[in-house]
Write a new protein. Structure first.
Ligand SMILES: [Fe+2]
Length: 344
């Protein structure tokens, strides 16, 4: 894995920069902050900028990079919340969230989904009691099966960022990619063909919208949010037929979420099973530590999480998550304008 451990001098430079930005913006959701974030990122130490830029341009096969060494003040960030809807740490972890966004801006532009975590750009990943058995980042008792983030959607992220605020039980993130050299040419051909449908995952389901968002939608929506949920329902009932591999034949990109994938014929099913076996055989475990930021190339690497026993006492594993796209223009029609960052 590509890894960069921040030096003491780099930590100080990052801290000074993020504290200064935090004086100007109350939240990373602030549209003005997001507009300026990629310029603020120019002020990060050159070593960090070079590291992330090379990860982006060289597209290493292992497809994950880690920036570690930033100390997290476990007291200042507060308890792990019981739900993400209140954004309780909007100010207490603001410098860390700013750092995470600035790192991400060296790879792409942050964006959000109207139908996921109430449309916030900065997601929270911690166990929620009501999601205990669900296939969600906020679940815990079930293995979160490996997947490409938002595999069902053509505007899915190029990179998925995860920043660890705490992980006292050393819960492992899983990471993997297929070994296509183990598959016969006929199965590779099939995987490049639109012989699969991928349904939306649970995180976009209307039932996982918060009550606050629901009330707001009922009283203030101009119709856009309702139609965003309608589109998810359509993608669930009539998902488009897609391939699971695309791009260069010798070094293809992947789009995999077997849990929500339906092969359209037996041969397609056998090819998916063969591919999935190669991922399972080499699935890696990474235990994120406080301050670790990883960026996962969502076109090359799948991710998931091991099952674990949640505490629900304010000390649970807590990650932040952002979606990054290399090209916002591709989703112009889905966002309703160049300044909008929320996919409808
Ligand atoms: Fe995910």
């Amino acid at each position: 894995m590509w890894a960069l451990s921040l030096s003491a001098r780099e930590v100080e430079a990052v801290r000074a920069l993020t504290n200064e930005i935090a004086l100007q913006h109350k939240s990373v959701e602030d549209a003005e902050f997001i507009r300026h974030a990629s310029v603020y990122a120019h002020e990060l130490p050159q070593h960090i900028r070079q590291f992330l830029n090379e990860f982006k341009l060289l597209e290493p096969a292992d497809g994950v990079c880690l920036v570690s060494g930033y100390p997290i003040d476990n007291t200042r960030i507060g308890k792990t919340p019981a739900h993400w809807k209140w954004k309780l740490d909007a100010s207490t972890s603001l410098p860390e969230q700013i750092m995470f966004v600035l790192f991400g801006c060296l790879l792409g532009e942050p964006f959000a989904w109207a139908t996921q975590q109430d449309g916030y750009l900065m997601h929270d990943v911690f166990p929620i009691e009501g999601n205990r058995y669900d296939q969600l980042g906020t679940g815990s008792e079930q293995t979160l099966w490996w997947h490409t983030e938002d595999a069902f959607h053509p505007h899915r992220a190029d990179y998925l960022g995860l920043m660890c605020l705490r992980n006292p039980d050393n819960v492992a993130t899983t990471l993997g990619s297929p070994d296509l050299s183990r598959l016969p040419a006929e199965q590779l051909d099939i995987l490049f063909q639109p012989r699969y449908v991928i349904k939306p995952d649970e995180s976009h389901a209307e039932k996982n919208e918060s009550d606050l968002h629901k009330q707001d939608r009922e009283h203030n929506d101009d119709g856009l949010l309702n139609s965003a949920y309608e589109r998810i329902k359509q993608l669930n009932s009539a998902p488009p037929e897609v391939p699971l591999l695309f791009g260069a034949r010798q070094n293809p990109y992947i789009c995999l979420d077997p849990y929500f994938t339906i092969p359209l014929d037996d041969e397609a099913g056998a090819a998916l099973n063969a591919l999935a076996q190669t991922v399972d055989d080499n699935l890696q475990e990474l235990v994120l530590q406080p301050g670790d930021c990883i960026f996962i190339d969502n076109y090359r690497v799948v991710h998931g999480r091991k099952a674990f026993k949640a505490r629900y006492d304010g000390t649970d594993r807590w990650l932040k998550r952002i979606n990054l796209t290399r090209d916002l223009r591709k989703s112009h029609g889905a966002r309703g304008g160049c300044e909008m960052r929320v996919m409808l």
